[in-house]
Design a protein around this ligand. Structure first.
Ligand code: P6P
Length: 336
């Protein structure tokens, strides 16, 4: 029988990865499959958001003080549900929830991993049909297996991630995840309802000509960041340019584009947000892990994102992330 082995589904791919590690338990494969299932359910709702009264504020206000859209709640509940009822996760932390959720049942307490996620990043763009995304990071728990996981399991530096990934709900729906072995992208094939390997071994180009920043905050940025932005604006054919400024206002879409094409995304500290806007644990850390595995770099302007020791579940961080040669120029021009 002629079986098309070229088109690997996410499940086939993660199981094939297992073959290289005979002692692996398959828990990570199960966890990634669970996240993929939740993403497929979220995708259905995202695709019809304009048709069903799922838009509009759910009336609640989340821990970030932002009006919560119904789709945020739906996405959060899908992820919590599949992970709580799976066999690979002892607990979760979510942008939508004040504190961590410790599953504390017999199966979950024997699980090896905990998961942090932003269930639907960029949700402010839902109403205007701009790409949005799910972001996740997976850690091996440091608490004793067989017992309930603990808050300390969620406050590990990003360098301790076992895997990290995102789903971008855009012109197509893609799931991209990284382990230390590489970054791979899977596009949802609606005809079979499976994520299929479409972007094997993603590498972040060393050079890029795209810089992504919210120019509306220009005069709020530190002087050295303004200086770098002006360098980008003055690029032409004689000095590696011209550069293009691209900023969607949806981190998953902006960083995904720069990961594939090369570029630099930044959310610098501002006068209003001196600690930056983006969340360390479930926005900066997963993307920093993915981009570093793909050959790029990510800092907070002073240190590697992945080496920051978290102290609080929802803490923020400035973020500079992307092509390694653009990051070097940023640090040179900005005297980091
Ligand atoms: P600003 C979306 O709300 C988000 O968290 C990220 O997805 C995005 O990169 C950033 O905020 C945009 O923030 O202040 O430029 O609108």
């Amino acid at each position: 029988m002629n079986v098309n082995r070229k088109v690997l589904t996410l499940d086939e791919f993660t199981i094939q990865q297992l073959r290289d590690f005979p002692h692996a338990t398959g828990e990570l494969s199960n966890l990634l499959r669970d996240i993929g299932l939740a993403a497929k359910r979220v995708n259905v709702e995202v695709n019809k958001a304009g048709l069903v009264d799922i838009l509009g504020d759910a009336g609640a206000v989340n821990v970030q003080g932002e009006d919560v859209k119904k789709l945020d709640i739906f996405a959060n509940n899908q992820l919590v549900g599949v992970l709580r009822h799976g066999i690979s996760c002892a607990g979760i932390g979510s942008e939508e929830l004040d504190d961590v959720v410790i599953f504390d049942d017999e199966v979950s307490n024997n699980s090896k991993y905990v998961c942090l996620f932003d269930p639907l990043d960029g949700s402010g763009n839902i109403d205007v049909n701009v790409s949005i995304g799910t972001i996740f990071g997976i850690y091996r728990r440091i608490s004793e297996r067989g017992k309930a996981c603990e808050r300390a399991d969620f406050l590990q530096p990003g360098i301790r991630q076992i895997a990290a990934g995102y789903v971008v709900y855009g012109s197509s729906t893609m799931m991209v995840y990284a382990t230390r072995r590489g970054v791979n992208g899977f596009t949802l094939d609606p005809s079979i309802g499976e994520f299929t390997l479409s972007h094997p071994n993603i590498r972040c180009p060393e050079n890029g000509k795209i810089y992504s920043v919210n120019h509306g905050n220009f005069f709020q940025y530190p002087e050295n960041i303004q200086r770098y932005i002006e360098v980008c604006q003055k690029k032409d054919k004689t000095n590696g340019g011209p550069y293009t400024q691209r900023y969607i206002g949806s981190m998953v879409a902006d960083v995904h584009r720069n990961l594939i094409k090369g570029g630099l995304f930044m959310y610098p500290p501002t006068r209003d947000k001196p600690g930056g806007k983006l969340r360390l644990l479930y926005e900066c850390n997963p993307f920093a892990f993915i981009v570093e595995v793909a050959g790029g770099r990510a800092t907070d302007g002073k240190q590697r994102i992945l080496e920051i020791q978290p102290v609080e579940l929802h803490q923020r961080s400035p973020l500079f992330i992307g092509s390694t040669n653009m990051m070097t120029e940023l640090e040179t021009v900005g005297n980091f």
